[in-house]
Design a binder for this molecule. Sequence first.
Ligand SMILES: Cc1cc2nc3c(=O)[nH]c(=O)nc-3n(C[C@H](O)[C@H](O)[C@H](O)COP(=O)(O)O)c2cc1C
Length: 401
Amino acid sequence: MGSGWMETVAEAQRRAQKRLPSSVYSALLAGSERGTSYDDNTRAFGELGLAPHVAGLTAEHDLATTVMGQTISMPVLISPTGVQAVHPDGEVAVARAAAARGIAMGLSSFASKPVEEVTEACSQVFYQSYWMGSREVMARRFDRARDAGCVGLIATLDWSFSYGRDWGSPVIPEKLDLRAMARFAPEALRRPRWLYDFARSGKLPDLTTPNLVDPGAEDQAPTFFGAYGEWAQTPPPTWDDIAWMVEEWGGPFMLKGICRVDDARAAVDAGVTAISVSNHGGNNLDGTPAPIRVLPAVVAAVGDEVEVLMDGGIRRGSDVVKAVALGARAVMIGRAYLWGLAANGQAGVENVLDVLRGGVDSSLLGMGHSSVHDLSPDDVVVPDGFLRTLGGTTARDRAGT
Ligand SMILES: Cc1cc2nc3c(=O)[nH]c(=O)nc-3n(C[C@H](O)[C@H](O)[C@H](O)COP(=O)(O)O)c2cc1C
C-alpha cells in the first residue's frame, strides 16, 4: 500500500485538519451548543462490545444488501452533506468514489455541484431536501432531481436552527469574492495544498447552491446563506406536508432525523419507504441521545413496516456491524467521508470506504458470520442503561385500555 494510504478514519481526520484552512475544518467538525450529542454519537459506539467466536469461522463474507430498492456492496451509504469549499471536485468526487465502491449516495440540496453532474458520476443518488420554500418551488426542485436520474428522495426534518457552539463557530463568508479571499488569506496561506488544489481547478470555492434553481439558471443560484434564509423563513411542516412530499416525489422516500418511536409511527402513516434514526451528527438540537441508543426501540416499533437506517458517529467497520446487529438495515456516514475527501479527494473517500469495508469484514470473521444478514442483537454486548426509548407507548396505551 502506498504511503498515502490512511489506515483509519482517525488518520483521515488528522490529514483533513492539516490540509484545510481552520475555518473550513471547523465547519466540517460542526456540532452545536455544548457538544453533548456530538460527543455521545461516537462515545456510545465505544460502550458497545462484540461477542466473538474463535473456531468454526467462515472465510467468505457477503456484505451486500439493498436500501430503497438499490443494491449496495455493503450496508453503508454516503449521508448528504453540504461540502462547500472542502475540495474543488466536491460532490462529484464523492459520487465517483461511491460508484467505484458500489454504494449509494445522498446529495444535499445545499451541495456545491449540479445534481446532473453528480448523477452522471453515480447512478445511485438520493436527492436530499429540507422543508423549504413553497410546495410549488419544492415540486420544481424534485422534478429537477428526478429528471437528473435520482433514484430516491431523502427528506431531512431535524434541523432546529440552533446556532452557537461553546468552542466557537467558524466565520464563513457569504461569497468567496476577492475581498473575502483577502480576509481569508492568512488562514488559507497556511494551508498551501488546499489553496493549490483550488488554484489548479481555476475556481474559488463555490459557496452557492446550484440545485435550488431550475437547470441552466445556476448563475442565479442563491448563496449558501441566501438559501439558509429561505429555509429559516419557511413555516415548519405538518405530517400532512410530509405525506404531500411522499406523494409528490412518487418514488422511494426516506425521512432522515427520527429519534422517537411516535414520530417513526407517524412517518410510516405518511407513507415513507425508509427512515434514518439520526440527530444530524449532533449539529442541531443538543442533548438528543446518540442514534444508536434509540435505534432498537424504533426498529421494534416499525422495523417490519419500513426500512430503518441510522446515522451519526460511524467511524469504523465494527460500528457498522454494531448498528446492523441492533437492527439497522444500513448506516449512513457523514464526517468519515468528508475527512477522506478533504485529505485526498476521490481517492481519500475510496480509502475511507475501504477502511470501513475491511472493518465490517473482519468483524464478521470474528463473530463467525458469513453475511451481514446473519447479525443479530446476540452479537452485541449492550451495557445496562445504554438504550433509550423516546416517545414510546406500550401496546396497552395504544389500544386505549
Ligand atoms: C458539515 C456537515 C454538513 C451537513 N449537511 C447536511 C445536509 O446538507 N443535509 C443533511 O440531511 N444532513 C447534513 N449533515 C448531517 C449528515 O447527513 C449526517 O446526518 C451526519 O453527518 C452523521 O453523523 P457523522 O458525521 O457522525 O457520520 C451534515 C453534517 C455535517 C458534518
